[in-house]
Design a protein. Structure first.
Length: 291
């Protein structure tokens, strides 16, 4: 048996096409969604992400506003920019690219974003809303993983899910989303005892560890659906957190790296921007873009 490959690249392209259609429909009502991306400093990976975010935002017909600030920007200046973007009706989504330079307080900066424009879903109010089952903005990467899982498996109720990683960006919101879909969820981390045995119980295994090819094929339950969030740069190129070669004959389905979860993240950022725009204009949430 060989695992089915979950084509995140194709799924994300389909999602962006749907979003473009919805954006065109909004244009008929005189509404144009706008996404502002703030980049502080010159982190090379962040620059690449910000560029592709800007390009894809324009491709779906939204307005893209880029704010590049020097690495030495004082926190008051960054907060003043966020306050201006919060007040700007042309801006429906605000994303502050992480990581921020060390002298800036990441939590204070994120929590300064108006929650309804927080398209990354990192504001403490959105985190709390997700955790309590209220209408939230949901972090893009786990939202993308959820879409792929639902597409593959349909109803997730009763499935045993193991999420490896407990970051605020991926692991924790992923666990919340799976729980909300009635999976039975275990969150593993660096102190988890006998991780391979735990993973072998999972119908759904999400790896968000940040270690190249960490999860081995013999940790995977035969037929399980494996979502590999990892992006690790090695001499051999980009690899995930799952050892793809040994996982392939065991898993039922698996996301490749690259071409799996990665493209879903930006597509979901656009989805969140569309959702934020609909909500700002008193329209119903676009279908299938929110959990
Ligand atoms: P973090 O470094 O914030 O979190 C990593 C998690 O993995 C931590 O909870 C850590 O545990 C856990 N961990 C580390 N080592 C082990 C171990 N030996 N056994 C079990 N658990 C372990 O990473 P992120 O969540 O931000 O990102 C995870 C991966 O996903 C990275 O490769 C990142 O590049 C990628 N990523 C990809 C995105 C995409 O768009 N595809 C978006 C965001 C991230 P502990 O808490 O105990 O330290």
């Amino acid at each position: 048996m060989t695992a089915a490959i979950i084509d995140g690249k194709a799924f994300a392209a389909g999602l962006r096409a749907r979003i473009a259609t919805e954006v065109a429909a909004l244009a008929d009502r005189g509404i144009k969604p706008g996404l502002a991306v703030v980049l502080v400093g010159e982190d090379p990976a962040s620059q690449v992400y910000v560029r592709s975010k800007g390009r894809m935002t324009v491709e779906v017909g939204m307005a893209s506003f880029e704010h590049r600030l020097p690495a030495t920007t004082p926190e008051v200046e960054l907060l003043a920019l966020i306050a201006r973007l919060n007040a700007d009706p042309a801006v429906n989504g605000i994303l502050v690219q992480l990581p921020l330079p060390r002298h800036l307080n990441e939590a204070a900066v994120i929590n300064a974003i108006a929650p309804e424009k927080d398209v990354d879903g990192f504001h403490i109010l959105n985190v709390g809303r997700l955790a309590t089952g209220q209408r939230a903005m949901v972090p893009c990467t786990p939202l993308g993983c959820l879409m792929l899982l639902r597409d593959r498996l349909g109803d997730l109720a009763g499935k045993r899910a193991v999420v490896i990683g407990r970051s605020n960006i991926v692991g924790k919101p992923m666990a919340q989303l799976l729980l909300r879909d009635n999976a039975t969820v275990t969150v593993a981390h660096s102190r988890t005892a006998d991780l391979p045995a735990l993973c072998r119980e999972a119908d759904i295994l999400v790896a968000a560890v940040g270690r190249a090819e960490f999860v081995k094929g013999n940790w995977i339950r035969p037929g399980a659906t494996v979502i590999d969030v990892g992006i690790n740069r090695t001499e051999a190129g980009l690899v995930g957190d799952v050892d793809f070669t040994s996982a392939l004959p065991v898993a039922g389905a698996i996301t490749p790296v690259p071409g799996g979860v990665g493209p879903m993240t930006i597509a979901c950022l656009l989805a969140n921007t569309l959702t934020a725009t609909a909500r700002a204009n008193g329209l119903p949430d676009p279908e299938g873009l929110t959990p």
